[in-house]
Design a binder for this molecule. Structure first.
Ligand SMILES: [Fe+2]
Ligand SMILES: [Fe+2]
Length: 453
């Protein structure tokens, strides 16, 4: 029998998961990587003091740590299981003599693209990791999964969207290859780890509103589609439609789009035409599903058909349009604009609820609210401990008690090493309760690195 208790197994697996996740987002020397790494190494050393090896992996696709099976794993454990699955191995054996440096190299390998069992062994050997050995069937191909950091993916999406907008402004209709590639990566992420993807949609870049908004709407639409059980192809369509939903703005005069003051009625009408311009552009884009043209045409038509274009009010639009409308409104509401202070994520959810059944399809709003939780990922909150934190993961078992990253202590000092806390643990213990919500704080990718994970 192993000396590892269930509690210990869960702790070590969670630490492994945070180390790998940290490495996807932060440089190796960052405290968010170093802190869990140190603890993981000391926990491993403790186990390997009592026994010569321990095994971690998958059996019948269920995660195990020594003899403990995790049939209902916590989110971090489920993520670790997925990473092992991605590597195409059944698991790893950790041997006596394991060092912290070997563990760090092992986690760095886990972050990289999957490479199959033989390649895993080879990679570990090449990196000088002698005390971790993969176990699995020879020659089995791993699933094609991309373990690129979520932020890298976001940056690529921004570049791709900007590229397409620029081409169209210059009178060319580009193909959408780059957007499609990055959307495909995001689709895997939407299925595997929706909260991380949703966290990215909290990035607000006020200087680059249109591109930033387009990417966010794509992400929100995909996440909502994933929670509705959509398949990969449908999710891809949602992502592309989201990123291109305002592409028609390229044909609206810049002076009108960027006008700081109140718009005249004629200018308002001109802006409204972006929906039909967008539909026209998409129809001509090689490689884009032509059905998305209609979806984009209707993104402001509204569920009660009181929107625009007026000539389209009698037409029927599909579910993609309903999804786009909700995703579009949520991102627009939570972003600071010349004419609007941003709603907090919570206030934006309340606003969507008010408009449910009239402006928006009721079922879509309901699903969206369910997905975002009462305190959506990225919401900045004050706790009754007087600490300030950012929501990083909803808690489906108790919407009032998500997982948060504490960024400021009770005295108002920024923590050099923010830490994640479950506001309510599995055994019902409260760490703290949320007492107030602030404005969104994620204003740049750097903020996302600091506050989200
Ligand atoms: Fe729009
Ligand atoms: Fe929009």
């Amino acid at each position: 029998m192993s000396s590892v208790t269930l509690e210990k197994a869960e702790r070590v697996a969670t630490l492994f998961s945070s180390c790998i996740k940290g490495m996807m987002l932060y440089p190796p020397a960052h405290p968010s990587v170093l802190q869990p790494l140190r603890e993981a190494a000391s926990q491993c050393a403790e186990i390997l003091f009592k026994q010569t090896e321990f095994k971690v992996g998958l059996v019948d696709d269920t995660f195990f740590f020594e003899e403990h099976l995790f049939t209902t794993p916590s989110a971090p454990v489920a993520e670790l299981a997925q990473l092992i699955r991605n590597r195409g191995v059944d698991g790893f054996t950790f041997l006596k003599g394991l060092t912290q440096q070997e563990l760090a190299r092992f986690f760095a390998i886990m972050v990289r693209k999957s490479s199959g069992n033989a390649a895993n062994a080879e990679e570990l050997r090449r990196e000088g990791v002698e005390h971790i050995v993969p176990s699995g069937k020879e020659g089995e191909e791993p699933p094609k999964e991309n373990a690129k950091g979520a932020l890298g993916m976001y940056g690529e999406a921004l570049d791709a969207v900007e590229g397409v907008f620029r081409e169209i402004e210059n009178g060319r209709i580009p193909d959408c290859g780059k957007i499609i590639t990055v959307v495909e990566e995001m689709v895997s992420s939407a299925i595997r780890d929706t909260p991380t993807l949703l966290g990215l949609s909290m990035i607000k870049d006020y200087d680059n509103y249109t591109y930033n908004h387009s990417v966010n709407v794509g992400i929100l639409a995909m996440a909502l589609g994933a929670s509705l059980g959509f398949g990969k192809e449908e999710l891809k369509d949602l992502g592309v439609a989201g990123m291109l939903h305002d592409i028609g703005k390229t044909r609206v005069a810049k002076e009108i789009l960027n006008k700081p003051g109140k718009l005249t009625a004629a200018e308002m009408e001109e802006i409204k035409r972006h929906a039909e311009f967008g539909a026209e552009i998409i129809k001509e884009m090689p490689g884009v599903n032509p059905a998305l043209s209609d979806a984009v045409l209707g993104h402001h038509i509204q569920h009660d058909r009181k929107g625009y274009p007026e000539w389209g009010r009698q037409r029927s639009f599909g579910i993609i349009t309903d999804i786009l409308a909700v995703a579009d409104a949520y991102d627009a509401l939570t972003t600071l604009r010349v004419y609007q202070r941003p709603y907090t994520p919570k206030a934006a959810i309340d606003r969507l609820r008010q408009l449910s059944g009239t402006t928006f399809d009721g079922r879509m709003v309901e699903k969206f609210v369910e997905m975002m939780g009462t305190y959506p990922v990225g919401t900045m909150v004050r706790l009754d401990t007087n600490e300030v934190a950012v929501v990083v993961r909803p808690n489906p078992a108790d919407r009032e008690a998500p997982a948060v990253r504490i960024i400021m202590d009770a005295a108002g000092e920024l923590l050099p090493e923010p830490r994640v806390e479950q506001l309510k643990t599995a055994d019902g213990e409260y760490y703290a309760r949320i007492v107030a919500v602030f404005e969104p704080v994620v204003r740049s990718p750097e903020d996302a690195v600091r506050f989200l994970s």
